[in-house]
Each structure stands twice: as structure tokens, then as C-alpha cells.
Design a protein around this ligand. Sequence first.
Ligand code: C5P
Length: 248
Amino acid sequence: MPLSTSTIARDRLILAVDTADIKEARRYLDELHAHVGVFKIGLQLFTHYGPEILKIFQSAGAKIFLDCKFLDIPNTVAKAAEAAAAHGVEMFTIHACGGTEMLMAASQSVNAFAQKEGVPPPTILAVTVLTSISPDTLRNELSVGLDMKDQVIKLARQCKDSGITGLVASPEEVKALRSELGKDMVIVTPGVRPAWADTNDQKRFTTPAQAIKNGSDYLVVGRPITGAKEPRSAAQQIVEEMQSALDE
Ligand code: C5P
């Protein structure tokens, strides 16, 4: 059963492993493996350690979200996507703005790989507009004529039509995306803050329960867990809150 249809909240909690320190990464793995469903490994850790870091997590039985946001010509992205599939990651990211030819090339290459190997394909998660891009930057630097919401939805539709099965979406975007695109896209949401946690630098966030109610399949959480005095109990509290929302 794909994790995104699991009714067990823990399966849908993704820990952001945001560190360049391999000892710290191993500590998160040891302490939190029983409490989260997936570990997100991003550009920082992957650029430091390469596929070795994936092996460390996978040899402990952990599932991986590789967050390296591929963006290049279709052939290069297709090859990188196949390599991600060959590493056995559960999901990985790609930029939606690379065009439908690139999106289709990525989707076709993971599907072909999965068929050849007789394994399920990883979920490709498209990033529509980075949350670090403001409406002003979108309009004046990137010269996009649509407003933010319309641009996000337009790119998300292109992704779906190109065979991409998932999206990374900010908490504000989830409801609109879910109603525009239906139930079958996997939606992953960062910017999650339980009421008891520090908001850090997140400006737009929702609680775990609200994110689930809005239609997110997976929540990405970092510092509320990794920065807590007791990371296991922080993860457990988040899972309980997610579970109550799922059970409603
Ligand atoms: O520590 P925190 O819970 O804020 O971590 C959130 C994670 O999600 C980080 O890895 C961050 O880079 C990532 N992320 C985000 N907002 C986005 C996209 C990714 O916070 N729009």
C-alpha cells in the first residue's frame, strides 16, 4: 500500500534532516526511526556525502525523500530521475518550471525503470513556485503575468498532465490545489508548526491537524522535532495530532 493512503499518521510524517553533520544525521535516524515515516535528505547533506548517506538510512530500513529539486534539460533530468529511482528513494523533487517536456521525460524514465526492475516507481514531487519567491519577484524579476495562486495552479496542472504524481505545496496552497486537482495527486506540505512549537523563520504555517484537514498527504517537519528537548516525544505528539485529524 502506498504510504500516502496509509491511515497510520506516523507513515505520513517526514522528518527534515537539515544538517551537514553525519553524526547528527545518524542520531536522528537512531532516535526517530520508530516515530516518523520518512526522512527528507536535501541538497546540503546529499552534496556533502552523496548516495552513501542514502545507504546509511536505507540500511536501517528507513524510507527516503530525496529533496534535490532537479531542473535541467529533459534528457539530463530523465537520467537523474532514473538514478534517484535506482537508489530506491520513496520520493524525490523536481522543479515544475522546467516545462512539460522535462516533466514528461522524468515521469517516463522512472516508470520505465520501475517496470524494468519490477519495483514501484518513486513519487515525483514537483515544486511549483518556491515559497521564497514573493509576488513582487514573480512579477518583476521572473516576468510572470499571472498572480501567485494562478501560477501555482497552472504549473500544478501541467505537472499532472505530464504524468507527475505529486506536489510540494505551502500550507496556503493545499486547499486550492486539492480542489483543482482532485484526490489522486500526492501533496506534501512543509511549514508545519504545532501550537506548542517555536515558529522559527516560518512565516506561513499551519498546525499538523489543520494541514491534514486541508488535504495534505504528508507533512514535513524539522526543527519542532530536531530542536526539541525530547525529539521522540515531540514527534509522538505531532503524530497524535495528525492521527486525530485523520480519524475525524
Ligand atoms: O525546520 P522546519 O520544520 O522549518 O523545516 C522545514 C523543511 O521543509 C526544511 O527542510 C525546509 O527547507 C523545507 N521547506 C520549507 N518550505 C518550503 C519548501 C521546503 O520549509 N516551501
